[in-house]
Unconditional design. Structure first.
Length: 346
């Protein structure tokens, strides 16, 4: 016999490798977290709705979204097809909230759309993310501390930009993997108010849209308030390689801010002025943004005043008035030459 003391001691072999993760699912969970931080509430709706939604959304019969997977035994007449859009479900959520006197809503949903594929028994499932905003900009916050203002197109645009920035898909306008451009007559959605539409572009392909919903469409869903929306192909977002994380030391030296008010042609986009400043080779420029756009009294017809604020900072020394003035004059001359602008008179 051999005693236990003679048996060699050994530890069992355990594989500690980390299992492979679904990147799309990781992005999906991250997007949900980001939208919640932006003040939105997640909606989870049925994957089927009424085929009458196509007409309510003003879609043409040739539109791909009018091709549905029909349900053989629908629970109700309002759930007879698999959905090809997320917005009808979100509109129904808004209508129900308004009926319960919750007039301020910020809702989003991430879900699959279902498109039939000829010759195949199963449909093609396409994940999308959509959101809607209506009512007071600050929700149920007390008007004592917040203005009683309704949301507008800039609120929904800001929400999308916040989502893209947090996903590291938009890092400065000139470096963005995904960018926003005004919708044209050929790219605008049929349910969007004219002049209120934006296209979301990735690799020169439209992957989504932003805009204000037409009153005609809203009446079809029983809504009498303005509604703004965004709708994005989530798979396209998940396939984009995010920008690498960057870290920098806290600044040691103080910054200096200077403002510029230029009168430029009305068709000049204010963002183009910001892009020109950021993409300039001036090393002292740390940040640039628009803080005012004005058309009206004392501004000649066909022109507008755009006011920019520019932040200058050096990483090696405290800037003097001479340093800042030299860089500032260089930028002012560049903007006036490139955009045909002039200083605004007080």
């Amino acid at each position: 016999l051999i005693g236990y003391n003679d048996i060699p001691i050994s530890l069992p072999s355990v594989d500690l490798s980390y299992p492979e993760q679904d990147q799309e699912r990781i992005r999906r969970n991250a997007a949900c977290s980001i939208m919640t931080k932006l003040g939105f509430t997640e909606s989870i709706n049925y994957s089927f709705y009424s085929s009458s939604c196509d007409a309510k959304m003003l879609l043409e019969e040739s539109d791909k979204r009018c091709s549905h997977v029909k349900i053989l035994n629908p629970l109700t007449e309002d759930q007879d097809v698999m959905r090809t859009m997320l917005l009808p479900g979100l509109f129904e959520n808004i209508r129900q909230n308004i009926s319960f006197q919750q007039t301020s809503c910020k809702l989003f949903e991430i879900g699959d759309l279902f498109f039939p594929v000829e010759g195949k028994p199963l449909p093609d499932e396409v994940p999308r993310i959509a959101g809607v905003m209506t009512g007071n900009r600050y929700g149920l916050q007390s008007p004592l501390h917040f203005k009683d203002d309704d949301v507008d197109i800039y609120d929904i645009k800001g929400a999308v930009e916040g989502l893209l920035e947090e996903m590291r898909l938009q890092n400065g306008r000139e470096l963005s993997a995904v960018r926003l451009t005004p919708a044209t007559a050929g790219t605008a959605e049929p349910y969007v108010e004219e002049e209120y539409g934006l296209s979301i572009i990735c690799d020169n392909v439209s992957i989504g849209s932003i805009g204000k919903i037409k009153d005609e469409v809203l009446r079809g869903f029983g809504i009498k308030r303005e509604v703004f929306y965004f709708d994005i192909d989530f798979k396209a977002l998940a396939d984009v390689t995010p920008a690498p994380k960057e870290f920098s030391a806290l600044p040691i030296y103080p910054s200096v801010k200077r403002d510029i008010a230029l009168v430029v042609p009305a068709q000049t986009a204010a963002g183009d002025l910001v892009d020109a400043v950021i993409s300039s080779k001036e090393k002292l420029v740390e940040h640039c943004d628009v803080f005012d756009v004005y058309q009206g009294n004392k501004i000649q017809s066909g022109y507008k005043s755009v006011a920019l604020t520019i932040t200058y900072r050096s990483q090696t020394k405290t800037l003097t008035e001479k340093n800042v003035e030299k860089a500032h004059v260089k930028l002012v001359n560049m903007l006036t030459d490139r955009f045909g602008g002039s200083f605004r008179e007080a």
